[in-house]
Structure formats: structure tokens, C-alpha cells
Design a protein around this ligand. Sequence first.
Ligand SMILES: Cc1cc2nc3c(=O)[nH]c(=O)nc-3n(C[C@H](O)[C@H](O)[C@H](O)COP(=O)(O)OP(=O)(O)OC[C@H]3O[C@@H](n4cnc5c(N)ncnc54)[C@H](O)[C@@H]3O)c2cc1C
Length: 559
Amino acid sequence: MFDHDVLIIGAGLAGMRAALSAVEAGADVAVVTKVHPVRSHSNAAQGGINAALTDRGDDWREHAYDTIKGSDYLGDQDAIAVMCREAGDEVIAMEHMGVIFNRDDEGRLGTRAFGGQRQARTFFVSDFTGQALLHVLFEQVMKAGVRIYEEWFLLSLIVEDGECAGAVIMEIRSGEIHVVRSKTVIIASGGLGRVFEPSTNALICTGDGMSAAYQVGALLMDMEMVQYHPTTLKGSGVLITEGARGEGAYLLNSKGDRFMERYAPNMMELASRDVVSRAEQTEINEGRGIDGCVLLDVRHLGEAVINERLSQIREIGRDFANVDLLHEPIPIRPGMHYQMGGIKTDVDGQTEVPGLYAAGEAACVSVHGGNRLGANSLLDTLVFGRRSGEHAAEVAKSKGHGTTVSDASADGDRLNIQRLLDNDSSGEMFGKIRREMGDTMNEHLAVYREQNGMETALGELRGLRERYNNVVVPDKSKTFNTNLLFTLELGFMMDCAEAIALSAIERKESRGAHTRTDAPDRDDENWLRHILVKHTDDGPEVEYLPVVITDWEPQVRSY
Ligand SMILES: Cc1cc2nc3c(=O)[nH]c(=O)nc-3n(C[C@H](O)[C@H](O)[C@H](O)COP(=O)(O)OP(=O)(O)OC[C@H]3O[C@@H](n4cnc5c(N)ncnc54)[C@H](O)[C@@H]3O)c2cc1C
């Protein structure tokens, strides 16, 4: 058994930022990650990070307003104010730690325009901003002497007398199962993108922490709000950054029209993501697409801009679509990208379970509401990662370890895994179930949704869960048993998928990314509230919570 003050699950930007602030607050901190830290999905973030800097004539209130409007008024305004107010300091702090942001002609930190915002306030490092941030934070965390359990896998959380007291973790290399006792635990395990197929997310984004927290009583909030990004590559679903449109790229239909003129005459290609994705899907559905796609055209930006600011997507286009975007437009379509919902927390990362925190994409502080603005997620990971780390470290100072936690606390997980390995029936492996789940979600819970389809999805998910109960793991070895790991991940994913389908069926209106063809209007009277899903022994239960409105009354949303 291991002991720590603050245990962080996840080594992406949220986890690393939390680790740094917790260690600076004097706590003994450890980070658990199922992959090497810099292979976390944060590393794939391309476009940038938002902040309104006063010396640029910008104001955090303007950023807050854009975020609130972007969220279709579902984001909690008190939380959004915290994020936008603290954004500038956070970005500057990263710069001081060593992130080499792109600069403008005058040598100041450069910005690019991003969707849904009236000001260019996205700071960036070419089109690999996440990688630049993550590597710098990793250096800082190593320098601070944080213990990293690398390639260790969270199995479950330990709760004693209603408080979180640690976690059960499997060492992937040896298959050994350990108990890590900790005074506080922060879930920073990232998103759940792969619950859908295809997705822009890494294969490791399987919602593990959301499910583990849900299992011990944390609430899942806004789960119906799944972002389909407007520009994902045909076939593979690989992301083409919004930075391309930020730099001036056009969207074209099969007739060569810049169709956004008809959907968002003011903001055009830089309307909010939900708006652009709906426009594309409508063009495709009405026969003005090309093989299920529309086109993204950057040719007019010229070779110099493309090579300096969009070099990675040029490579992606060549490698994954056989298109050189210097010379041809690239086929793209809306694709699953981000989960606005997650584990419900306050602005210090606290969940409903004392001692348990969440930050980053796994969490729902309620800053994204119905639709996240591009480049607000990296900001969310840093601001709320830092705040969770500080708070968790402070709380850990005033409490002891759980007294009943022992090596035996892992017995449930040991039995469960043994049961999986002992199952020699003729059942199936995880792969087909995972694929069918992803296809079902993408068919019925994508850009456009309606009651029958969503109910079909929920029914299919329940059938898949029955099949999962008989799943077989043919590889019985202890060493790097990825067959076992993928099977465990699928268990986490099924909780997430069910919460998404249930919440989506519950919301009887259209708001943000949740667009119902059978209820096309926003209904503030009945639905200006969050949907929460709670785990019970008899299955998931739905609860509601009003949206926090401070200074910004809901308005008609147009771009
Ligand atoms: C292709 C792409 C591009 C993006 N571009 C941008 C952008 O330009 N700007 C922006 O604001 N946002 C962007 N986003 C969104 C943003 O990158 C993510 O929301 C954010 O990085 C998530 O960070 P995180 O720290 O919460 O989680 P992640 O970076 O996903 O890290 C999760 C961590 O949890 C660990 N983990 C998970 N499960 C377990 C387990 N069972 N046991 C142990 N460890 C576990 C993983 O090993 C990993 O270390 C992009 C997303 C994608 C997919």
C-alpha cells in the first residue's frame, strides 16, 4: 500500500497543473497515468488557449459573454466569470514557465481568431499548442519531485464513511493490484470521446474517471452535451484545427458556395461550433455535400502562412486524406470531439463526495454549457486544475488517512478481474461491443437527434451491456495485458454512454449541441436547467439543477 496527501488520476494538462499547485501548497502529491504523461490527449490540442488581456483592449467580461452565449446560456455564469477572470494570469504563468507562444509582428504574444468570439484572443503555439503546454508542465512537475505512477491504471475509488480515501490501481507492467491511500483524490482523467466512433479523441479517451466517480456517488452533469467539431477528416475522423478557419479558411459545398453566409451571416465560418456543424450537416443532408462531406479551403492563405501556422494539419491532410491543402480543398465533416458534461464540481473542483475532486474534461464545472468555445478547454484544464490542486492540498493538511483502508480494500477489484480472466465461455471479446456502441452513439446521438433514435440507442446500449457481462478475455497473462485493459475500459465507457443517452432523451428542447428535430426550439421556461445523473443500485436516476445566471440574461442566439 502507498500513502499520499493528494492523489491525481491523469497526467494531462488538468492533472499536471493540479499536481504543480498542490505540491507548491506543501502537499505530498502523486500522479497516476495509464500512458506516459506526454501521451495524454492534451498533447493533441492544436489550435490554442483563450484569454482576454487588458493591455490588448480586451476584457474578461467580453470573454465571459462570448462563452455564455456560446454555451447557449446553459453554462453557470459564476463559474464562467472565474475562468475568464483568471485566464490572463494563467497564460502568462505558462509563458514564464517556458511555453514559447507565437508572437505578433511587434514581438508581443500573438493571437488568432477562434469561433464564437468577437475578439482574437486565442494564444497559440503554431498548431501544436497542447504539446507545448504539456511538455513544459511535465518538466515543472518533474522538477518539483512529484511521484508519477506511469502506466498504472485506475480501477476504482475507495470511499470510507462517505469520504474519498484513496484508489485501487493496477500496475500495467506486472498486473499487480495496489491500494493507494490518499487524503484527497483528483480525477483528471480526461474525456470519453471514444464512446463514439469515429472521434477526434485518442483511443485512450474512454471516460474511466467519470465512471469511477459516478460509481461512488459523484453526479454526472450535462452529459447530453456532446460537441461535434465542424472539421474532422473524412474516414478517420482526425481533427483539422479550428485554427484553420481562425486564419481565414473557407467552408464550401459541392456548388462551391461559402454556405455559412446563409446560416451565420456575421461570423460566417467562425460562428460557434454547434452552429457550423449543423450548417454542414444540413448541406450534406440536403444533397449539397460531396460523399458525406463538405470542403475546407485554405489555399488562399498562401504557403508561408500555412507552413508557419498550420504545418501539422498540412501533414495530417497528406498522411490521412492524401490531399495537399496547399493545392486542394480538404473533405471534412462534423465529428465527435468533446464532452461538455462530466463530473459535477464547484469552482474548486469539489464533487458531491467529500475529498473527491475533478478537473479538466472529466469535470463539469459548468463553464461550457451546451457548447464549448474552441480554445476554452485548455483554459478550463489549467484554471480549474490549479484551483483543485490548491484546494485538495489545503483540505489534506487538516485530515488524516482513512483508518479502515488496507490492502484488502482492493479485494473487490481483484475478484472482479479474476472473474473476467476465469470466464472461458464462448462469449465474445470487447472489440465488437465497443465498435457497436460507438456506431450506435454516432448514429443516434450526433448533430441531429430525435426521440425514437435516442430510445433505440438506449435500448441497444442495454443489450450491449448484457453482452458485456459475458465478455471473454482470452489473454490470461499478467504482463501488459492490453486485452484486459481494453475490456475494463469498455466497462467505464458503457456507464458514460448510458448517461449520455438518458440525459439526451430527458432534455425535451434544442440547446447548444443538443439539437432535436422533434423539438427544434430552445425552451428557457422549462429547460434552463442542468440534467444530472446519479448512480443507484437500481440503475441511473435523473435530477435537475437550475442554471446560475448573474449578469447576462438569456437572449436569442445568432451569429
Ligand atoms: C485533437 C484535439 C485537439 C484539441 N484542440 C484543442 C485546442 O486547440 N484548444 C482547446 O482548448 N482544447 C482543445 N481540445 C480539447 C482539449 O485538448 C482537452 O479537453 C483537454 O486537453 C483535456 O485535458 P485533460 O487534462 O482533462 O485530459 P487528458 O489530456 O485527456 O489526460 C487524461 C489523463 O488521464 C489518464 N487516465 C485516463 N484514464 C485513466 C485510468 N483508468 N487510469 C490511469 N490514468 C488514466 C491518461 O493517462 C491521461 O494522462 C482538443 C482535443 C482534441 C482531441
